[in-house]
Design a protein around this ligand. Structure first.
Ligand code: ATP
Ligand code: MG
Ligand code: MG
Length: 568
């Protein structure tokens, strides 16, 4: 299907411009710097930047850094790197924390208008007073404090006269509203914590629901695109914009979150995987983070194409991870050179090949893209093949090597299995073959046919390499609902609900998510650079790992296998 037809936000923007409601478009990508970006964020990035691009607008990168406890410059830097790597250039680079003074002034304005009050209730009491979907909320005993008293208390909150959590500032809206978000939401809290940007300047911090609309309005954002779990907060968003008398008129529009099968997509859970040592960092190739996908070998082109194909709608279902794999195969098909690598080596001695002789053979680099030219690969009396390409006693339709059978070696000759050697434990450790010089690849030999073609690596010049093969990190295809988790987050009970979720999700970790194999690659691979991508003949696409590859050790991460039953 054509994603151009399935983006309802595009239609809203188009109408806004055509009707004259808007004469320009500004979007923003507003990550909280409390972790690394994941592929769900890539969806938000692509939507925001693509829409602005289409309508000659602008997109800001804005760090939504209003919570000092979890945020860090390490995350700020990784987020910038990832957005750039995905292929996007932001117009403005902003920090919500740079607006703290303005937010404070707007809160004072609310107090002066009788639209906000300082509350002494504890967090538990506030939750109990809030009521439920069926039950209206109850007014706090502090709700009717005078404007003067509220101004005084709020100023003293700022000055640090009270301890963390001792008082909050609440918007005065309606404790009986059917929308719980409008039951006097907390808009400022006290937290004596050092902030990564403002240091110890502040000990009161605005809540997301108050801060975000002000951030958007300050930047003159026109279309403030967020995920569906914020739909119920839209009336509050509009209330804040109107009551704080901001000049900007941002409109919040929600779309469905992206979830991918066998993956979790919340920074909190991803952090858990890092902290528990289940993965070797946020950029572990098994992580659905942008940095993990990059290290595994995915390309920005593939990620963008995948995200665009998923379209933009209100629904947030799980998308099959094979769809992402499809796009990376499509992208790498013509770009990446073919080569040969043996992941579980088995020595083959070609008994009728002259000892000490090495000849160089021509090999094309990409049959689907002849412009990539050819390379020379050595061939001699001893080579490695895959262990699984030999069977002593094969079943029917096994066309690889077995005693008496002849196969083709890619780019080389036909070889025939004459004998094999076993060790004390009965494992086959060496195969003895003969080759037929007449059958040399490229000479047009048509004398007879063989059914199997094997990859191989010449033994004396083979370069040792480590191959890392991956399975999904989580066993469960659809790990518990991200939306549920996020709703809990919004309702302010995140700590408790997340603990439960964290426990259950760790049970789903796949103990076989990474397999490390030691084999060999072609001699001409010895100088490959980190992040170079290759198609290993008969195996799949691999990326040179940027973290573990050293001058003496090559490490290849499997990106995707060659084939899949997946159809778009
Ligand atoms: P997480 O739960 O992973 O921490 P978040 O929504 O809290 O995600 P933010 O840093 O606030 O993370 O997200 C920045 C932007 O990315 C927001 O606009 C958010 O809605 C969007 N976003 C986050 N996760 C997804 C997702 N899975 N699909 C689409 N957009 C997402
Ligand atoms: Mg968030
Ligand atoms: Mg979050």
């Amino acid at each position: 299907h054509n994603p151009a037809n399935s983006n309802f936000i595009r239609n809203i923007i188009k109408e806004d411009l055509e009707s004259g409601k808007r004469n320009h478009v500004i979007t923003r990508f507003p990550p909280e710097p409390n972790g690394y970006l994941h592929i769900g964020h890539a969806k938000s990035i692509v939507i925001n930047f693509d829409l602005a691009d289409e309508f000659n607008g602008k997109t800001n990168l804005r760090f939504d850094d209003t919570n000092p406890l979890k945020e860090d410059v390490e995350y700020v830097n990784s987020i910038k790197e990832d957005v750039k790597w995905l292929g996007y250039d932001w117009d403005g680079l902003f920090f919500a924390s740079d607006y703290f003074e303005e937010m404070y002034n707007r809160a004072v304005l609310l107090i002066k208008k009788g639209k906000a009050y300082v509350d002494d209730l504890s967090a538990d009491e506030i939750r109990a007073y809030r009521g439920t979907l069926k039950e209206p909320g109850k007014d706090s005993p502090y709700r009717e404090r005078s404007v003067e008293e509220n101004l005084d208390l709020f100023e003293r909150m700022r000055k640090g006269e009270f301890g963390s959590g001792e008082k909050v500032l609440r918007a005065k809206i309606d404790m009986k509203s059917p929308n719980i978000n409008l039951r006097d939401p907390v808009i400022y809290r006290i937290s004596h914590a050092t902030h990564h940007n403002t240091g110890d300047k502040w000990c009161i911090y605005p809540m997301y629901a108050f801060a975000h609309p002000i951030e958007d309005a300050i930047e003159d954002v026109t279309h403030s695109i967020c995920t569906v779990e914020f739909e119920d907060q839209r009336p509050l968003y509009n209330w804040v914009v109107a009551e704080t008398e901001m000049a900007g008129t941002p409109q919040q529009i929600e779309f469905g979150r992206l979830n991918i099968t066998n993956a979790v997509m919340s920074k909190r859970k991803l952090r858990k995987l890092v902290e528990e040592g289940i993965v070797d960092g946020w950029d572990d190739p098994r992580m659905p983070t942008i940095s993990g996908l990059r290290r595994k070998g995915y390309t920005p082109e593939a990620i963008r194409a995948f995200v665009r194909e998923t379209g933009v709608s209100k629904g947030s279902g799980f998308v099959d991870s094979q769809m992402l794999d499809h796009f990376v195969r499509e992208d790498l098909k013509l770009k990446s050179p073919r080569t040969m690598g043996v992941v579980r080596p088995l020595k083959v001695v070609i008994t009728n090949y002259p000892e000490g002789q090495v000849e160089m053979l021509d090999a094309e680099n990409n049959p689907e893209n002849p412009e990539m030219g050819t390379r020379q690969i050595p061939f001699s009396r001893e080579i490695y093949i895959e262990q699984e390409d030999f069977m002593e006693d094969p079943p029917k339709k096994y066309f690889r090597l077995f005693p008496g059978n002849e196969v083709r070696l890619k780019h080389a000759y036909f070889i025939k299995c004459e004998d094999f050697v076993k060790d004390e434990d009965g494992n086959v450790v060496e195969i003895h073959c003969t080759y037929d010089p007449e059958t040399k690849s490229g000479t047009g030999f048509t004398g007879r046919k063989v059914k199997g073609t094997l990859h191989w690596v010449e033994a004396s010049q083979a370069v040792p390499a480590e191959f890392r093969l991956f399975e999904p990190l989580l066993l469960d295809e659809e790990p518990e609902s991200e939306v549920e988790a996020e709703v809990a987050n919004v309702a302010g009970t995140e700590e408790e609900s997340m603990e439960v979720i964290e426990k259950s999700f760790l049970d789903q970790v796949n103990p076989n998510s990474m397999k490390v194999l030691n084999g060999f690659v072609e001699e001409n691979m010895k100088d490959v650079a980190p992040q170079e991508k290759f198609q290993f003949f008969r195996h799949g696409y691999f990326n040179v790992d940027p973290k573990h590859t050293t001058a003496d050790k090559l490490v290849f991460n499997e990106i995707v296998s060659l084939k899949s039953s997946f159809k778009l």
